[in-house]
Ligand binder design. Structure first.
Ligand code: NDP
Length: 475
């Protein structure tokens, strides 16, 4: 019996995805560049082995799949994908679909899609989120490609995806690069979420002087409330774990230098290209960059010392902890609003027609940013799919009004204590800028006109476009 689907790349993600596919009753052929990995994978597949056809050559692999063949490529993103596609193509036949499931840059996805557009082969760019665990038991899946090609993979992808109250967390989001673009912004939001959590952790650790196990309990309590989410849940667990070597809290012996693989940076670059302010994601990416400059920071601390922390309000009671909880929620709203605004702009620019309520829906389970909060975003966008900014939907406007005071108190306390809160502060400034009808760019326009004769619009509509700072003024 031939396989219904094939998968190339038995690394962390690919092997778990393959087991998930097999477990859901789909026969699958697998291939890995290094055949040892294929043998090991098959040997460890246990009772799922009957659903798996291990292949050591591409020829054998393609022959094992029933045409037209959907083939998932889950390997290192970038050049390896082009190389793998080139090696695979000679064996394929009309109607076969190559599905890149790695973290591709959507520009590469558009290029790969366009290259195959006039050929008998088809290309799908598919974002997968949820890490190892998600891949194994149900990831969130963001699909880009033609609607026809989606229809041919819909059944199997639906079977392996995460479910939120029974609803599958997979959707076709639009043509060519739509899926990978949405996955990129998902990761950008994930960066912002993680940075904001880390900033709150910093206030709890360095401001309130709480220990890791104490902070774990705080996050544990928050996970019962409106912040309920996977990232808060794992933060609680991470902070509770002890290092088997030193016996100290694990987080206390981990070097404070964050890695990154590029999707956060891409989110910022694309936001800038589209002219959308994504200040939370920018702050998060910059935060990781500065974190990695460990030696410079240690040297600078020797010069400047650390600022005195001010007395934290309400350290004796729960009120400041409540403020921290609400501040995180308020800041999260800004970051998500920005992420969705970037996607709305991209949707127009690339003609994708991205369905915002659907995107929020398929992020409710399976992916790293999964949360109750995304269910609220789903409702807000379902009621008002074309709203300019999530912040002004009735439900979120109310939530912001309930929480922005807390964010203001937390940010000012942190600033007075010299505790860095770039993402939280950016969220507050974003909101304060967005909600203020009369800003300060009138001055910038005047300056631009002064030195560059760029002209300006007037508030009274009078048709006069330059200021009185010509040669006469200087004379
Ligand atoms: P791993 O490092 O575990 O595995 C990498 C895989 O890529 C291996 O199978 C490797 O084969 C293969 N590979 C590397 N270079 C080539 C090449 N030139 N030609 C063919 N195959 C090649 O990676 P992951 O499973 O973690 O990641 C795979 C993809 O999934 C990446 O795009 C990643 O960004 C994305 N992703 C990862 C997530 C995660 O949590 N890890 C989450 C979501 C997406 P070999 O054994 O021969 O070296």
């Amino acid at each position: 019996e031939q396989a219904e689907i094939g998968l190339i790349g038995l690394g962390v993600m690919g092997s778990n995805l393959a087991l998930n596919i097999a477990e859901k009753g789909n026969k699958i052929a697998v291939f890995n560049r290094t055949p040892e990995a294929t043998r090991k994978f098959y040997a460890e597949a246990g009772e799922l082995a009957g659903q798996i056809i291990p292949c050591e050559t591409l020829e054998e692999f393609v022959a094992a799949i029933r045409p037209p063949r959907p083939i998932i490529i889950m390997i290192k993103a970038g050049d390896p994908v082009d190389q793998q596609m080139k090696l695979l193509e000679p064996y394929l036949s009309s109607g076969d679909i190559m599905i890149d499931a790695g973290n591709a840059n959507f520009r590469d996805t558009i290029r790969r899609f366009d290259t195959l557009k006039d050929s008998p082969l088809t290309f799908i760019g598919m974002g997968v989120s949820g890490g190892e665990e998600g891949a194994r038991h149900g990831p969130s899946i963001m699909v880009g490609g033609t609607e026809d090609s989606w229809k041919r993979v819909e059944k199997v992808l639906t079977s392996i995806s995460a479910k939120f109250n029974g609803e599958p967390c997979v959707a076709w989001l639009g043509n060519d690069g739509a899926g990978h673009f949405v996955k990129t912004i998902h990761n950008g939001i994930e960066y912002a979420d993680m940075q904001m959590i880390a900033e709150i952790y910093g206030i709890l650790r360095d401001g309130l002087k709480l220990s890791a196990p104490e902070i774990s309990k705080v996050f544990g309590r928050w996970n019962e409330g409106r912040l309920n989410s996977y990232l808060i849940e794992i933060t609680e667990k991470v902070l509770a774990a002890n290092d088997p070597i030193s016996g100290k809290p694990m987080v206390d012996v981990i070097l404070d230098a964050a890695g990154q693989k590029g999707t956060g940076k891409w989110s910022v670059i694309e936001a800038q290209n589209l002219g959308v302010a994504a200040t939370g994601i920018e702050a998060a990416v910059a935060g990781r960059v500065l974190s990695s400059q460990k030696e410079e920071r240690v040297a600078a601390e020797k010069i400047f010392g650390l600022p005195q922390t001010v007395a934290m309000p309400g350290t004796d009671g729960l009120s400041f902890l409540d403020d921290l909880e609400n501040a995180l929620l308020a800041a999260k709203i800004a970051a998500y609003a920005q992420g969705f605004a970037v996607m709305a702009a991209a949707s127009k620019e690339y003609g994708w027609n991205l369905p915002m309520p659907t995107i929020a829906k398929i992020w409710r389970a399976g992916c790293i940013i999964r949360s109750q909060f995304l269910d609220e975003i789903t409702s807000a966008f379902t009621k008002d799919p074309d709203v300019a900014n999530l912040i002004v939907t009735p439900a979120f406007a109310q939530l912001v009004q309930e929480t922005d005071g807390a964010l203001r108190r937390v940010v000012s306390t942190a600033v007075m204590s010299g505790l860095p809160v770039p993402a939280l502060a950016s969220a507050l400034s974003y909101f304060d800028t967005y909600r203020r009808g009369r800003g300060t760019a009138n001055l910038i326009q005047a300056q631009r006109d002064f030195f560059g004769a760029h002209g300006f619009d007037r508030v009274d509509g009078v048709d006069k476009h330059h200021g009185p700072w010509g040669s006469g003024l200087n004379a």
